[in-house]
Design a protein around this ligand. Sequence first.
Ligand code: GLN
Ligand code: ZN
Length: 858
Amino acid sequence: MTAVHTSSFPTSTVLGYPRIGPRRELKRALESYWDGRSTREDLHGVGSGLREESWRRLDALGLGASPSNTFSYYDQVLDTAMLLGAVPQRYRGRSVEDTYFAMARGAEGIAPLRMTKWFDTNYHYIVPEIGADTVFALTGDKPLAEVRQARELGFETRPVLVGPVTFLLLSQAAPGSPAGFVPLDRLADVLGVYEELLGALAAEGVDWVQLDEPALVADRTDAELAAVRTAYERLGSLTERPSLFVASYFGDLGDALPILAGTPVEAIGVDLVHGALAYGGPANGGSVDGGPANGGSVDGGPANGGSVDGGPANGGSVDGGPANGGPANGGSVDGGSVDGGSGDFSTLDVLAGKIVVAGVISGRDVWRTDTERALATLLAVRDRVDNVVVSTSCSLLHVPYDADLETDLDPALRRRLAFAEQKVAEVVELAGLLASTPRGGAAPSVRPTPALPVGGSPATATATATVTATAPVEGSSASVMPAAGPPKPAPGEGTPVLAAPVEAGAAREGRSPYAVRAAAQAEHLRLPLLPVTTIGSFPQTAELRAARAATVTGELDEAQYEHRVRAEIERVIALQERLGLDVLVHGEPERNDMVQYFAEHLDGFAVTRHGWVQSYGSRCTRPPILHGDVRRPAPITVRWARYAQSLTGMPVKGMLTGPVTIVAWSFVRDDLPLRDVTFQVADAIRAEVQDLEAAGISIIQVDEPALRELMPLRRESQDAYLEWAVDAYRRATSGAGDRTQIHTHLCYSDADQILAAIDALDADVTSIESARSHARILGEPAVGDFGRGLGPGVYDIHSPRVPAAEEVEELLRTALRALPADRVWVNPDCGLKTRTYGEVEAALANVVTAARRLRKTA
Ligand code: GLN
Ligand code: ZN
């Protein structure tokens, strides 16, 4: 026996599997444990049952090699920090569970660790804190315990670990670290723990270990690339270790590929769906358009009625909005052809002597794979390297469990769908096809991917819909009850004419220059200096959620539900008048979620019943599926806005979700470039903007909190993305007249990195997160160049804390130092839906007090 365990790699695998449970069992178990309603043993029982169920399922589906240690009670990066002993002092002195959940969610008086998005997905990970003196030590035996559990069930598994380089690159320097310190400086010490762990796994008889290094698909400095070499030369030279499989995903390895290839690791995983090596291409030849399920896409969802499930909010550390919905968008964001890649696999030649784990099945979308093209890709790769294993492009964590559960969906759409279960079956099928094709032989004929009934115009493959401003239809088809939705126009009848995609830049025309608009709006709106407003939503009360759920079960009819929503709008308007806000909102009581609500009212979207995807911890979202041409059959928000405006003499903002955010938080068709799909959505929103304006709404906010999220990981693609994303936004908003004030809102904490693009959105007023990050954004020199109205948040809505008027005043003073007074707006960081009325009333009262005091002096 050699010291290095070198058993061959089975022919098929997946990089990871969902873990929240097909019925969100883990979510429920966690929340009950956190509430003290169940014991640690209960929780562990559920975890162990879910792991067992997954291994049994993967085995039954015929998968060659199953991963282990992909289960987590909260997050795999947090698990890794625990495993390495990287627990900041303030969380210590508790039981293992309490320490773990304190880092994730906070504890009495202690804030949790920061949480942020996992690459360009909507999964959030916990950011470890690493200092110059962090003591690393192998802690606990989670990977070993999972291997043992699987073995007792008769399964040999491959433990998955976050790789040492990615772990350190995703960590942040502990507060008080010496200047210039970066966590990667601690690589040598961290590697010591990985060595010990690999030794322990080898002693356990483990043949393969998977080390995930997705950080290598972004641009990396020479020092970082050198760290990759150091890490894998050192781990590879261990005498007593399992074989090493380094997995990369969410893009191509670029410069890291030859470096990894030069180290002694035995297998390297490459993403053949996203990035330079993408073989791309749709699973289907066309778009399903307007299946019968469309008008009735309400799914009778869960009790809370929302697409973001109502789990307890994280202790307050999410970067981004409260309960931001949305999946890992699987689409290529390059905006260009759907075929992202060149089909040229010559860069893989350096892997000739390695096992190549070929990620040909997308782990980030919900579409069936074009088996023929995937097989052709696998054959092309096999021509260059000795050994090819069929796999997913990334962990299946980012997709729901089982498309077969979606029995309410249009069968034509359902046949196109592949969730985790179906994707595993595709992996197995492709591995069989690959094995049965001799080298140099012709590809076997492949069962074709189900064809689509192609509806609408044949031009849809390259076209985007032009704007058709529909006259407002009060109270008719824009129902909150999609089951009563409008009939679909027959093709060619009332169908928008499809036009060629807009030329780059063309969408930017439309409105007068900002200065002209600003003057027209000042004249029309007559707002005070430092106008106070909110971001849109008011607290979503338990009664509202219950009412929504009751409409689904039929206990509440449409008229009764309408009545409750109207009553809520009345209360929110009265409250804002009493508090003295200057620009009011209707509070969004009719919305379950800022994306799903629009998806339910637009053609081209479907909503699932069980399609939950983990967003963070126990939180899941149920992203809508954008599968056909997007059209707005009738106005969506107009009657609510008009009703709210009828109650007050103050201006009420119309409230819409922007096109980029709608696609970012949906699973998007893959037969058109994401850019074109986004423009279709933009056209629907544009029509809504024009209808709001025609209904007498003088301020319209179009939110784009996900603008930053879709940003490509590689710098070279970022400008092109921002260009079309900005164009889509402008297309959505530029139909408004000069007198109508367009607002936008972004709450991603990295807004400072894309300030120029935000300015290019050309919204008259932009509200951004700022209070939570202590006005960091106002310290950015770029803020001074911002050319339009700006509302840096003065109230951190992620926390139950009520800010004092003096605090708000201080933040406003900071804003007034950075910006001219007539451009400063006063608003919270984000929507108020996760807060209580008690908190909101007290906080907004202080915000108004602060603004009024400063108005006198500014
Ligand atoms: N208008 C939305 C709200 O207030 C914006 C939410 C968000 O930015 N995530 O809830
Ligand atoms: Zn927000």
